[in-house]
Design a binder for this molecule. Structure first.
Ligand SMILES: C[S@@+](CC[C@H](N)C(=O)[O-])C[C@H]1O[C@@H](n2cnc3c(N)ncnc32)[C@H](O)[C@@H]1O
Length: 228
């Protein structure tokens, strides 16, 4: 059982995701009230990919995000260090690679576009993950980070935090195969940097033209950038 705390090392993160893998997709859809599908479509369209593009979906988990990207006609590969999550998505017909975000098993400049959805917050050394994404992207290639963020409306933000802090763990107890992981989810979302700060960190990792767009009032933000 994973500890319900933010202090995890990469091995603990991987085994926590192994523990939620079996019911990961359904738990996401329930907790996001179905919004996850819209966020995935928005990520695909922000990446501006199509036939002929090679695309890395990092921290792809069960590859639910990768199959959405593959709808574009691009060649898309899922990478994750939780073998349990990759195995839970075995029926999804996309290439899958086991690998750590901070030491990606790909050559320099291999991809036209790279993306990470609901993953960078979980990469313990997220600056190293952003630098690795830059390394494997060709010059002029694109990055989109889809991640929980800070609601733009103050009142809504308060309601959201109440929802997160109070309702999320008990809803998760009803649907998830590892409810403690969802206590971690709530805590990690609260601790995560807001939109301008994440933009700064992406730029610091070697990306250019960093900008963002809020989805669902800032519950989620899409940060986009270009490899110089
Ligand atoms: C919340 S899931 C997101 C899955 C999928 N992208 C989605 O949109 O549903 C986060 C994933 O990040 C992966 N992850 C966390 N740290 C990682 C690392 N250092 N290297 C590779 N994957 C990592 C976890 O194993 C997990 O599958």
């Amino acid at each position: 059982m994973s500890r319900a705390t933010l202090e995890k090392n990469p091995q603990e993160v991987a085994s926590m995701f192994d523990g939620v893998a079996r019911r990961y997709d359904i738990t996401n859809t329930v907790l996001s009230l179905g919004q996850d599908r819209l966020w995935r479509k928005a990520t695909r369209s922000a990446l501006q990919i199509g036939p002929g593009d090679a695309v890395l979906d990092l921290a792809a988990g069960t590859a639910v995000s990768t199959v959405e990207l593959a709808q574009s006609g691009a060649w898309c590969v899922a990478a994750d260090f939780s073998v349990g999550m990759l195995a839970a998505g075995a029926a999804r017909d996309v290439p899958k690679v086991a690998g750590d975000a901070t030491r990606l098993p790909f050559a320099d400049e291999s991809f036209d576009a790279v993306t990470i959805s609901f993953g960078i917050r979980n990469v313990v050394d997220h600056a190293a993950g952003l630098r690795e994404l830059a390394r494997v992207t060709r010059p002029g290639g694109r990055l989109v980070v889809c991640e929980f963020s800070t609601p733009t409306n103050g009142l809504f933000g308060t309601v959201y935090k109440e929802y997160l802090m109070k309702a999320l763990p008990s809803v998760a107890r009803a649907v998830s195969s590892n409810p403690d992981a969802y206590v971690y989810l709530a805590e990690s979302i609260r601790a995560w940097p807001d939109q301008p700060e994440l933009a700064r960190r992406i730029a610091d990792a070697g990306w250019g033209a960093v900008r963002w767009r809020n989805l669902t009032g800032g519950i989620v933000a899409l940060h986009a950038a270009t490899k110089p």
